[in-house]
Ligand binder design. Structure first.
Ligand code: RAM
Length: 357
């Protein structure tokens, strides 16, 4: 297994596809020439006792590189890859646009990556590139933001989307006394994760906090400056706005910076998903009362172990399979190839200094 993986890394994309077909044929398959490694994996059975081979090439491809959230998540991945004696790499675009990840996936395919761990900017834009990667033998794990499920082997979800949505709406409702106009400042318009949370936030608000009126959603594209300007625009357009929910670490920190230097500080509430290190000063200066997030380091760490378990054949991505994720312990694959990290944490003035990420 290890030598096959090592050899594959030296081959070009075309040669990889040929080798995969040949290898599958040697294994006695009777399926046609169209078969890919991903197809082969789909019917394979898991061997939970298989060893993780050393030297696995595990590449992290975040939504974008210059985002502190992904710096922390990918560092968690790197730590896990070191623990299993693999080869870690991190590549990615500086802009979180729909197809900006495609060329990086193609390069990883040509290099013969064993595992690609990615957070998708769009549910479909990278699917054909990922199909080719899987045909070349790579295992594909999405984390943080999923593709359509058929484009990957596993999705490592940070928490249940319902839990993430409810936490943000409950926080906002509490901060504005249960009623008033609220706007959403999101990341990119196609982001799978933000869009899922926004839908659930709207339905949960209507059901559990009917006094909370969600007036609009704007997109800062996970760019600091654009998010800052969108915040300013919201406050001009909606003079009665009582709060902003930003379910993105880039958006919430830019919005906090705007509010803290404006007349709206302490008058317009802000919550959402942020990293404690980016939000600390705004909690201390009274701009923000409370916000939420999971531990991105753990998310990256878990995603790397999941990829290694797939590459080793410990799991195939089928519901009910279990694998060990180092110090995080055992995880179970759920429906649609999803693994959930855990519950989000709420940060406020009382606990924010206990966290450093
Ligand atoms: C941003 C990204 C990421 C999201 C976090 C909360 O960093 O949009 O996908 O999970 O915010």
């Amino acid at each position: 297994m290890t030598s096959f993986l090592t050899a594959r890394r030296l081959l070009t994309g075309t040669a990889i596809a040929a080798l995969v077909v040949t290898t599958a044929a040697c294994g006695g398959t009777t399926r046609g020439e169209e078969e890919t490694a991903a197809d082969a994996g789909a019917g394979a059975s898991a061997n939970p006792d298989a060893d993780i081979p050393s030297g696995l090439a595990i590449a992290f491809l975040p939504k974008q590189l210059n985002n502190p959230y992904f710096a922390v998540a990918d560092a968690g991945g790197e730590r896990a890859v070191q623990e299993i004696d693999g080869e870690f790499s991190e590549v990615g675009p500086t802009e979180a646009s729909a197809s900006s990840q495609v060329s990086y996936i193609n390069t990883l395919t040509q290099q013969g990556a064993d595992v690609i761990v990615t957070s998708a900017n769009d549910p479909n834009a990278i699917c054909s590139a990922l199909d080719q990667a899987r045909a070349g033998g790579a295992n594909v794990v999405t984390f943080d933001s999923d593709t359509s499920p058929e484009c990957r082997d596993l999705f490592i979800n940070q928490a249940t989307p319902q839990g993430i949505a409810e936490a943000q709406i409950d926080l906002m409702s509490e901060q504005i006394g249960g009623s008033g106009q609220v706007a959403i400042l999101s990341a990119t318009a196609n982001a799978t994760n933000q869009n899922a949370w926004i839908e659930l936030m709207k339905s949960y608000a209507a059901e559990a906090h009917p006094g909370l009126e969600i007036v609009t959603t704007v997109y800062g594209d996970d760019e600091d400056e654009k998010s800052f300007q969108e915040t300013q625009g919201l406050l001009q357009t909606y003079p009665d706005l009582k709060g902003i929910i930003s379910p993105t670490t880039v958006g919430i920190s830019a919005a906090a910076r705007y509010l803290s230097g404006s007349e709206y500080k302490g008058r317009v509430a802000l919550t959402g998903l942020g990293t404690p290190n980016q939000m600390r000063e705004f909690v201390k200066d009274g701009t923000v009362t409370a916000f939420a997030l999971w531990n991105p380091e753990d998310l990256g760490y878990l995603a790397a172990y999941a990829g290694a378990a797939l590459a080793a054949g410990q799991i195939t991505g089928a519901e009910g399979e279990t694998f060990e994720a180092g110090e995080l312990g055992e995880y179970t694959v759920g429906a649609d190839g999803e693994v959930v990290l855990g519950d989000p944490t709420v940060f406020n003035a009382d606990n924010i200094d206990d966290f450093d990420f």
